[in-house]
Each structure stands twice: as structure tokens, then as C-alpha cells.
Design a protein around this ligand. Structure first.
Ligand code: NAD
Length: 425
């Protein structure tokens, strides 16, 4: 049974470049679907990539110029959609790969959008509130020509939040000279945000955990869960796991990790974490993020950064299920090793599709000017996530591939079909 990460390519040297490894997976999927190399030329990079430089007046009167990007992978299905991250280490290749994953997520979640993504190289911790606002507004002015409610719809991602979305929506509305809530999602409720948007990414991942646990015959009540990252995604997943009766035995942030086999006091940790998702520095006796990943548990949820489970540590992972709430936490070799060991890996493009699904719901509500309550949003999300999970799992079973390849098969097929009907290929 071939449950490798990337078919014939799985013996290649491990690459940590997200763009290159995404291309390897897409090539593998095209081969399996019997599609020609010409199709790869369309899918291998975003169709559009804008590099911008944003001058910002700093509080001390000086001007600092920040670099940013907006990638639009493929708009054959519909406008593009995807978050904006503020991070000192983001770069052009990362943003391109993230846009490609968004295309996959949209296809898997069956929403009428293609993938987009944006990023600014900055350390938001080092910026004042005013500097952050001027940077956010400057970015919108820089990308305004290629974005809009029927072109490309941004959203929050790492180190961006509803306040930043509010400033960005206001800037876009001022430029266009009419109120444009549908320009961006993840806004505050009072500006046309959707109920349930903030926790949507985490709820989507939690629904995937429930489905994966059913497959493994693992009751969630009493299951031991380790979560890497305690930001928007990780902290809400911890809360949902606790509500399901699972025991969260480990969490982490950028500074370190906490592990207690008897369970952590999640309510206390939630009350003490800061807006950047950090909490561990309050405690003595922390372990490293690397050590956390290898601790005894039933379910491991990487919910922080990419390239965490690799050829170097995949043999030591002790979980039965790995659900990728973060983007790109497991490399191709890591995927291959986990799959060979019978560990069920739910890939990022499926487990992380809850956020973009509710972004789509927010855009729909903005368009119709009529808003759903939290229960309606969550029920609609649950329906989409369970059907996406089942579709991907079934394909993985009858084509003998791991769930990452199966998920990409769904996403790629959607793009190909739309491109064919448009006459692009
Ligand atoms: P966030 O900024 O709210 O939190 C990030 C967390 O990761 C923090 O706890 C931070 O301390 C920790 N962290 C940062 N660098 C780390 C490192 N090197 N090692 C260990 N921990 C580190 O971000 P978020 O919104 O929670 O997103 C986390 C991941 O989930 C990202 O990959 C993001 O793209 C993905 N994601 C999030 C959503 C969502 O709805 N928030 C949806 C889909 C995907």
C-alpha cells in the first residue's frame, strides 16, 4: 500500500522550503490523476504576485520602509481569498506556498473561491498601536489595485487580528469612497464580522479531531492531547478539547512548552495568555517545543509554525493521530514516516479549512446584509467540515494514499475543472 508523502519523490532529500515541497506534492497528485505536465505549469506558482514596499512614519518621526506581498494563486473558480500575516520571518516563497494551500482549502471545503495570501515582514511586538495602524493602512493602499470583494478578499493570519482587519476595511472603504465590508473578513462584529469567525479555524480542526478519533476507535473523553502553539488556533482548540472531555496534557508557545501527564489547567492558562499567544514564560520547569512533540499522548495538534515534524523526529512521535491545525507543520519525509507507522495524519489543507470557510460565510453575510447567529454559523461549518473530512478520507482509502495526497486530489481537480471550462487549458 502506497501511503507515502509524495509517491516517487519520497526518496528525495528532505526540503524545508514550503514552496518546493508543495510543488512536489502537486506534481505527484497530477501524475496520479493522469494529467499532463502543462497543468503543473499553471499550478506551480501563484498566477499573480505583488511585491510592495510600505513607508511608515514611526512614532519618533523617522520613516521606516517595510516589505510586503500579496499572492493570488488561482482565480479560475472565483475571486481569491486568504489571510495576511505579520511576521519577521515571512518571505515571498512562504506567501506563495500559503496561497497555493488556500486554493486547496477552498476546493476541499467546496467554496467558490481560489487561494490568496499576504504578508508583511515586520515584528508586530516591536510596533506601537499607532505604527501598527499606519502599517496596516499603508499595506492596503499598496495592494488596493488588485484586491476587492470580487477580486481578492484578505483575512487575519499569524499576528494579525480583528482590529487590524477593521483598519484595513476602513482604509479600503475610504479609497473606494463607499462602505466595503466585503473587502476583508475577520472584522469586528460591529463592522460586519461574522459570529464564530475568531474560533472558526480551531473549530474546524476540532471537528477533524472528532472524525479522526472515530476512525481510530478512540473515545475523545479521556483522550490525551498535546497542542503546539497557544495562539488563536491552539488556545481555542485546547478549549474545545476540554469541552469534549479530552485531557490537554501539553501546550506550548514560542518560548517553551508545558507538559503534565495528568492534564493542564487550561482555564487558568487561557486567562493568563497574552494577545500574542504566550503564557509559558510564567512557569518554571518548562520543556522545549521539540521535546513536547515527542511526549506520550493520543492526539498531537501542531498549531504554531511550519516544518515541525520532519525526517529527524517523525520516528519519535508517540501520538496515534496528528491533526495539522498550523500550515505546513509536517514535511514530506515526516508525512511518509508517520503514514508508514500507521499514524493517522489529517493534513493542514483539510484541518485548517475552517477559517476560510467562515471567511466565506462572512463575505456572504456582507453581500446580503443579513447576519446569522452563532449557532447557524457553527452548524453550517460543522456540515462542511464533516463532509470534507469524509470525502478526503474515502478517497485516501480507495486510492491507497495518505490523507494529504487525497486532499490535494480534491483541490487540484476543482482547479483543473474550472480552468478547463474557462478554456485556460
Ligand atoms: P497566533 O499568532 O495567534 O499564535 C501563534 C502561536 O504559535 C503562539 O502561541 C506563538 O507563541 C507560537 N509560536 C510562534 N512561533 C513558534 C515557534 N517557533 N515554535 C513554537 N511555537 C511558536 O497564530 P494562529 O492564528 O494561532 O495561527 C497558528 C497557525 O495556524 C498558523 O500556521 C496559521 O497559519 C494556522 N491557521 C490559523 C487559523 C486561524 O483561524 N487562526 C486558521 C487556519 C490556519
Amino acid at each position: 500500500m502506497d501511503r507515502s508523502g509524495a509517491g516517487d519523490n519520497n526518496k528525495e532529500t528532505e526540503t524545508l522550503n514550503l514552496l518546493t515541497s508543495t510543488q512536489v506534492v502537486i506534481q505527484d497528485v497530477l501524475k496520479r490523476l493522469g494529467l499532463p505536465q502543462g497543468v503543473f505549469e499553471i499550478l506551480k506558482e501563484p498566477l499573480r504576485m505583488l511585491d510592495v514596499r510600505i513607508p511608515v512614519r514611526m512614532d519618533d518621526g523617522s520613516v521606516k520602509v517595510f516589505s510586503g506581498f500579496r499572492a493570488q494563486h488561482n482565480d479560475s473558480v472565483g475571486p481569491t481569498i486568504g489571510g495576511i500575516r505579520f511576521h519577521p520571518k515571512t518571505n515571498s516563497d512562504e506567501v506563495k506556498a500559503l496561497a497555493m494551500w488556500m486554493s486547496m482549502k477552498c476546493g476541499i471545503a467546496d467554496i467558490p473561491f481560489g487561494g490568496g495570501k499576504g504578508g508583511i515582514i515586520c515584528n508586530p511586538r516591536a510596533l506601537s498601536f499607532g505604527e501598527l495602524e499606519r502599517l496596516s493602512r499603508g499595506y492596503v493602499r499598496a495592494i488596493s489595485q488588485i484586491v476587492g470583494p470580487t477580486k481578492d478578499v484578505p483575512a487575519p493570519d499569524m499576528y494579525t487580528n480583528s482590529q487590524i482587519m477593521g483598519w484595513m476595511m476602513d482604509e479600503y472603504s475610504r479609497l473606494r469612497k463607499f462602505d466595503s465590508p466585503g473587502f476583508i473578513t475577520g472584522k469586528p462584529l460591529v463592522l460586519g464580522g461574522s459570529e464564530g469567525r475568531e474560533e472558526a479555524g480551531a473549530l474546524g480542526a476540532a471537528i477533524c479531531i472528532e472524525e479522526a478519533a472515530k476512525i481510530k476507535g478512540l473515545p475523545l473523553k479521556g483522550a490525551r492531547v498535546v497542542i503546539q502553539g497557544f495562539g488563536n488556533a491552539g488556545s481555542f482548540i485546547a478549549k474545545f478539547m476540554q469541552q469534549s472531555g479530552a485531557i490537554v496534557v501539553g501546550i506550548s508557545d514560542v518560548y517553551g512548552a508545558l507538559y503534565n501527564p495528568d492534564g493542564l489547567n487550561i482555564d487558568y492558562l487561557l486567562s493568563r495568555r497574552d494577545s500574542f499567544g504566550t503564557v509559558t514564560s510564567m512557569f518554571d520547569g518548562t520543556i522545549t517545543n521539540e521535546e513536547l512533540l515527542e511526549q506520550e499522548c493520543d492526539i498531537l495538534v501542531p498549531a504554531a509554525v511550519s516544518n515541525q515534524i520532519t525526517a529527524l523526529n517523525a520516528q519519535n512521535i508517540r501520538a496515534k493521530i496528528v491533526v495539522e491545525a498550523a500550515n505546513g507543520p509536517t514535511t514530506i519525509e515526516g508525512t511518509r514516516i508517520l503514514s508508514e507507522r500507521g499514524i493517522l495524519l489529517v493534513p493542514d489543507v483539510l484541518a485548517g479549512s475552517g477559517g476560510v470557510t467562515v471567511s466565506y460565510f462572512e463575505w456572504v453575510q456582507n453581500k446580503q446584509g443579513y447576519y446569522w447567529n452563532e449557532e447557524e454559523v457553527k452548524n453550517k461549518l460543522r456540515k462542511k467540515m464533516t463532509s470534507a473530512f469524509q470525502q478526503v478520507y474515502e478517497i485516501s482509502q480507495y486510492t491507497n494514499v495518505n490523507m494529504r495526497i487525497a486532499a490535494y486530489m480534491v483541490g487540484v481537480k476543482k482547479l483543473i475543472e474550472a480552468s478547463q471550462f474557462r478554456g485556460w487549458i
